[in-house]
Design a protein around this ligand. Structure first.
Ligand SMILES: C[S@@+](CC[C@H](N)C(=O)[O-])C[C@H]1O[C@@H](n2cnc3c(N)ncnc32)[C@H](O)[C@@H]1O
Length: 263
């Protein structure tokens, strides 16, 4: 499958550890863990769909939770397995977020879908991944779904760092000339959305939104300033970020968003 080819290429060479070792790169992880921490309880069972190399799965297993993980790409599964420490109650299987039939209905207290929606290019596929995540979660359980947000990425990858040629994207139709809404295909790797798209995807699911969070807020846009902060200033920045990351007037500027909802 074409998508698999592009994902294999990307994730087999991606330096995730390098990104996370920088202060700006840690904001999204710390924010997501903070929100998971608001809902997870002793003895909970966790499923991580699209677990990658296992940042969240291993962190939660080391806190004593039972974690099952699913990941599409073999290279990530190898790294995930190498990262497993003695004493972790954890499993990983190769699988696709679109079909979790290896997992029973109503099983998990916490379900994480932190990545697959970045790489599903139609509404129907995104809804199918959400439907599967909801199915395997027990009634009352909490689901965490992450998205890449187009305006944050355009500002950071485009206007700040020039990794995206904005003029070219407009010319080729990847960005709408009037609204700057993004469009992508498997060759473009990342599917960029806005909050209105997330709201529309979620409209017909019988779930209750608990939080919609700008998980890295301005951290990528402010990467140079944040990486130069001493530890005390960075702690203050995190206090600011945690205090403001659900403010409606700051949501669109984030590069990643976290939708937290209850089944
Ligand atoms: C951005 S990474 C995030 C990994 C991890 N959840 C984290 O936050 O560190 C996205 C992950 O989703 C995986 N993925 C993409 N599409 C998937 C799918 N359809 N089913 C399962 N995993 C998928 C990718 O291989 C990759 O490991």
């Amino acid at each position: 499958m074409q998508t698999m080819h592009y994902l294999n290429e990307f994730y087999s060479h991606y330096d995730e550890d390098g990104r996370l070792s920088k202060k700006h790169g840690s904001v999204e992880f710390l924010t997501t863990m903070r929100y998971i921490g608001k809902y997870i309880k002793p003895g909970d069972r966790v499923l991580e769909v699209g677990a990658g190399t296992g940042r969240y799965s291993h962190a939660l297993a080391r806190q004593g939770y039972t974690v099952d993980a699913v990941e599409l790409i073999g290279h990530n599964i190898d790294v995930f397995q190498n990262n497993t420490q003695p004493g972790e109650n954890i499993s990983i299987t190769q699988g696709n977020a679109l079909d979790l039939s290896a997992f029973s209905d109503n099983t998990y207290d916490i379900t994480l879908l932190l990545g697959p929606l970045y790489h599903l290019y139609t509404k129907e596929d995104k809804r199918q991944a959400l439907r599967e995540a909801i199915r395997v979660t027990r009634p009352g359980g909490v689901i965490f779904a992450a998205y890449v947000i187009s305006d944050g990425c355009l500002l950071d990858e485009g206007f700040l760092r020039g990794n995206i040629n904005v003029a070219e994207y407009v010319k080729t139709g990847l960005l709408d000339r009037e609204t700057f809404a993004a469009k992508s295909e498997p060759k473009d790797l990342f599917e960029l959305v806005r909050k209105e798209d997330v709201d529309e995807l979620m409209r017909d699911f019988p779930t209750t939104r608990l939080h919609y969070v700008a998980s890295d807020g301005c951290a990528l846009l402010l990467r140079y300033a944040i990486d130069a902060m001493d530890d005390e200033t960075f702690r203050l920045y995190l206090d600011y970020h945690f205090a403001t990351c659900e403010r409606a007037d700051l949501l669109g500027i984030t590069s990643h968003a976290l939708d937290v909802f209850r089944k």
